[in-house]
Design a protein around this ligand. Structure first.
Ligand code: CTP
Length: 397
């Protein structure tokens, strides 16, 4: 998918620089050529030799290297690329780009270019959350740059939180989305998928039979049309597709939080089978059989993620919900579309005799303000492809 694409990869000085070696491999496997640039600090984390070997290219490091200037000036170096990727993008490198500094090769390239730039930030959580970094990130976005990540997780410094650089495959997905010429190129789409698990105690939970197959197929279909896909998934049976940004959650409340922090997006598809209720009297230790008799579970309603996003201040232009029904499919789904405030509802009959829940096929009715359109029974992959095409027609210019 990246055949003939030329990536200028600026590697900043952060511990995540080791992941950039894998990024180079993955880009080249997909047919891209990679021209690497190392900052001085980056050479403390990876050697020019290993970067050069993996990229099969000269590594550029110094601004005032006359041979380089003779071979390819910094202006040319940055303009010859289809995309500039900064990974890891340190707080310092981003601050320099915002301020327009040009005192080393990396910052000069960022200033001298009119090519699009994708930053993959990587830093300690406190540095990421600092007002200065957040201000710089907002400014970079205003200046037209794109960001992938950072992710949340354990950090090399022993802390936990946002700041981890995205995984190489996630960066590849963001690059593919940027360079795609599909109808959804440059569009960001959110997909929720899978079941949610609502805890009872540390070892038990309430779940449902959703496999995540339909949501996964939709995310893959949207990505193949060039969209940048944020895939928020509960604990599904099927693995997430390649080429999307994956956010794993367990409960409905975690899913809502992940969804809200992914906004803004151009379109959102809510394929997850979210548990309607959760246990309000969860136990922090394992419930035991015994003298107290049978446990009594009390329930409270979970937040409705689809309805929240439909009424959100950052509402996507197109909001697509699903309706899993066992009776009066069209009537119930039409009422659901109104109630939840979404644009489309993909309704399906999940009665056990249809074999749809957990199966490979689906028979859907697409409900919009134009009425109900019944699709023939087909594979979940075909449903996904057709839905992705419809989404592309609705939101592409
Ligand atoms: N949904 C959601 N958050 C919830 C419940 C559902 O985002 N807490 C979304 C689902 O992802 C789906 C749509 O709402 O896109 C409809 O889900 P469905 O289970 O069919 O509807 P419910 O709201 O659960 O209504 P009911 O159970 O009464 O049919």
């Amino acid at each position: 998918m990246l055949a003939q694409k030329r990536i200028l990869l600026i590697i900043g000085g952060g511990i995540a620089a080791y992941k950039s070696l894998d990024l180079i491999r993955k880009l080249r496997e997909r047919g891209a050529s990679v021209t690497p640039v190392l900052t001085k600090a980056a050479t403390e984390f990876v050697t020019p030799m290993s970067v050069s070997a993996l990229a099969a290219s000269k590594v550029y490091q110094e601004l005032f290297d006359l041979t380089d200037e003779a071979e390819m000036g910094h202006i040319e170096l940055s303009r010859a690329a289809d995309l500039i990727v900064v990974a890891p993008a340190t707080a310092d490198l981003m601050a320099k780009a915002v301020a327009g500094h040009a005192n080393d090769l990396a910052s000069t390239l960022l200033l001298a270019t009119d090519t699009e730039i994708l930053y993959a930030p990587s830093m300690n959580v406190r540095m990421w959350e600092h007002a200065a970094t957040q201000r710089n990130v907002a400014q970079l976005k205003r200046d037209g740059a794109a960001l992938v990540g950072p992710n949340e997780g354990d950090m090399a410094c022993g802390e936990f939180g946002p700041g981890r650089m995205s995984e190489p495959l996630e960066i590849v997905a963001a690059i593919e989305a940027k360079l795609s010429d599909g109808p959804l190129a440059g569009r960001r789409v959110l997909v929720t998928s899978g079941p949610t698990h609502e805890p009872i105690d540390p070892v038990r939970y309430i779940a449902n039979r959703s496999s995540g197959a339909q949501g996964t197929a939709i995310a893959a279909a949207l990505a193949s049309l060039g969209a940048e896909v944020v895939f928020v998934t509960g604990p599904a049976d099927v693995p997430p597709p390649d080429g999307v940004h994956v956010v794993k959650v367990q409960s409905a409340r975690e899913m809502l939080e992940a969804v809200e922090s992914s906004l803004p997006v151009d379109a959102a598809v809510f394929a997850a089978a979210v548990a309607d209720w959760r246990v309000s009297n969860t136990s922090s230790s394992k419930m035991k059989k015994g003298a107290q008799g049978l446990p009594e579970l009390n329930f409270v309603e979970n937040p409705d993620i689809l309805a929240s996003v439909s009424g959100h201040a950052m509402r996507p232009n197109l909001v697509v919900g699903f309706a899993a029904e066992t009776d009066d499919v069209v009537e119930n789904a039409t009422a659901k579309r109104k109630r939840k405030g979404c644009d489309w509802i993909v309704a399906n009959d999940v009665s056990p005799e249809t074999g749809i829940m957990g199966g490979d096929e689906n028979a859907v009715v697409l409900i919009s303000d134009r009425g109900a359109e019944t699709w023939p029974r087909m594979g979940k992959t075909e449903v996904a492809a057709r839905l992705a095409q419809n989404i592309a027609s609705a939101i592409a210019d």
